[in-house]
Ligand binder design. Structure first.
Ligand SMILES: Cc1cc2nc3c(=O)[nH]c(=O)nc-3n(C[C@H](O)[C@H](O)[C@H](O)COP(=O)(O)OP(=O)(O)OC[C@H]3O[C@@H](n4cnc5c(N)ncnc54)[C@H](O)[C@@H]3O)c2cc1C
Length: 400
């Protein structure tokens, strides 16, 4: 049988995970990455059990990852001003889901993933500009003038995907109405912070702070979000800022928050954009994966996790079906509904966190604190087993 040539555009979290998932099935890919090195500074991701189970059980990467990631022990919601606990869910997460819930620096994560893939199939400094899918093979064109041919092209090129724009013919990014300051703070520079082993949401009218531990030393990744008038007034998704602007709406928040976010300087404000759900993720020999297929806002911390779920499911379908069209269709069937639901939940979660003081905020707090709240509202996200379950087998809703 002729060997399938698979070109993956983007060696980020989804692209590298797809390469590993396909290799487990005996299939190799070529990854084309625009960057000159695989490194992103100053960002981290949270990974839930679907992802960590894949890396531990199927890829055997626990030794490399465990020395870099932090196993999160609890989920806590607080009032952002007085710091009182609204709800606290402490679980033996690993026992419950068979794998840990972790925070990890994105650069650390990419080092482990690219180390496992190996550099041979990763082609750096290859910025995709166009794809010609009109002939007997797809031809990828790069900014340096070079080309590559493939039987299947996977667009894993992130939230600002060129592949998606080529498929649609336009840029469909939507501003969520919120922007964020982010930073990484060593544990010893945030001595007042309570419950440093937890992922915590501090809530207030029109703003919130999310933070979680990301390495063995206990550094925290914070994400300070505020609602802004729409539309986003700047060109591009990142605008210059300073610490005065960062603290303007948070200076009177709880001292532990002010201490944490003051420990590092922020020079960038990130607009939070997402992409509307598509009815199809594939056209001809081209298919989307990860943020390129379903970019979401990070209020549920599920962007990386859903990209890895996509990679697991797509690799399974490509290994199962000889016909590429059937593999693409089954992949979409298994992934569209679930990612659409998580996308919607991630956008509306901001509304829940940002309620003005009053009756609705009090009702929200009661809902968050009610016994079994985690099971009712979040188990469907954390308990899903991609590749083993139909998405419809996992029932559940959002905090709304
Ligand atoms: C501020 C912020 C905080 C976040 N926090 C979390 C979190 O806590 N938990 C979580 O799970 N997720 C989080 N996310 C989301 C998460 O980072 C993404 O969902 C995840 O990285 C998506 O993986 P991906 O492979 O689709 O894209 P990426 O990991 O972004 O990879 C895309 C790759 O494609 C490359 N590329 C782009 N264009 C081209 C081109 N034209 N040619 C070649 N290569 C190209 C890029 O250089 C990049 O390497 C956050 C995102 C943001 C912006």
């Amino acid at each position: 049988m002729k060997k399938l040539r698979i070109a993956v555009v983007g060696a980020g979290i989804g692209g590298l995970s797809l390469a590993l998932a396909l290799r487990e099935k005996g299939m190799e890919v070529d990854l084309y990455e625009q960057a000159s090195e695989l490194r992103e500074v100053g960002a981290a991701v949270a990974l839930s059990a679907a992802s960590t189970r894949f890396y531990i059980d199927r890829l055997g990467l626990e030794p490399q990852l465990a020395e870099r990631w932090y196993e999160i022990q609890a989920l806590i919601h607080r009032d952002g001003r007085d710091g009182r606990i609204v709800s606290e869910h402490r679980w033996d997460y690993r026992a419950r889901y068979g794998a840990p819930y972790v925070g990890i620096h994105r650069a650390d994560f990419q080092v482990v993933l690219s180390g496992a893939v190996g550099m041979a199939p990763i082609h750096l400094k290859k910025k995709l500009t166009s794809i010609d899918d009109s002939g007997s093979e797809a031809v990828l064109h790069f900014a340096d003038g070079s080309t590559a041919a493939a039987d299947l092209v996977i667009g894993a090129d992130g939230a600002r995907s060129t592949v998606r724009r080529l498929l649609l013919g336009y840029d469909d990014a939507l501003y969520s109405g919120a922007s964020a300051f982010r930073g990484i703070v060593p544990s010893d520079q945030m001595p007042s912070m309570p419950d440093k082993d937890a992922i915590q949401f501090w809530m207030g009218p029109g703003q919130h702070c999310l933070h979680y531990p990301i390495n063995a030393e206990g550094a925290h990744n914070f994400f300070l979000v505020e609602r802004n008038p729409t539309p986003w007034p700047h060109q591009g998704w990142i605008a210059p800022t300073d610490d005065e602007e960062k603290l303007a709406r948070f200076h009177d928040w709880h001292p532990a928050i002010v201490e944490m976010v003051s420990a590092v300087s922020c020079t960038e404000r990130w607009a939070l954009f997402y992409r509307p759900p598509l009815s199809h993720w594939s056209k001809g020999r081209v298919t989307l994966l990860g943020d390129a297929a379903h970019a979401m806002v990070p209020h549920h911390g599920q962007g990386a996790n859903t990209s890895i779920e996509d990679a697991i499911v797509l690799a399974d379908q490509l290994a199962t079906y000889d016909d590429l069209g059937e593999a693409q269709a089954e992949y979409e069937r298994l992934r569209r509904g679930r990612t659409r639901k998580i996308q919607h939940a991630s956008v509306t979660h901001a509304d829940v966190l940002h309620l003005p003081d009053g009756e609705r905020a009090d009702e929200r707090n009661a809902r968050l604190a009610a016994p079994g709240a985690f099971d009712r509202h979040l188990d469907w996200i954390h308990g899903f087993r991609p590749g083993e379950q139909e998405p419809s087998e996992v029932q559940g809703g959002t905090w709304l």
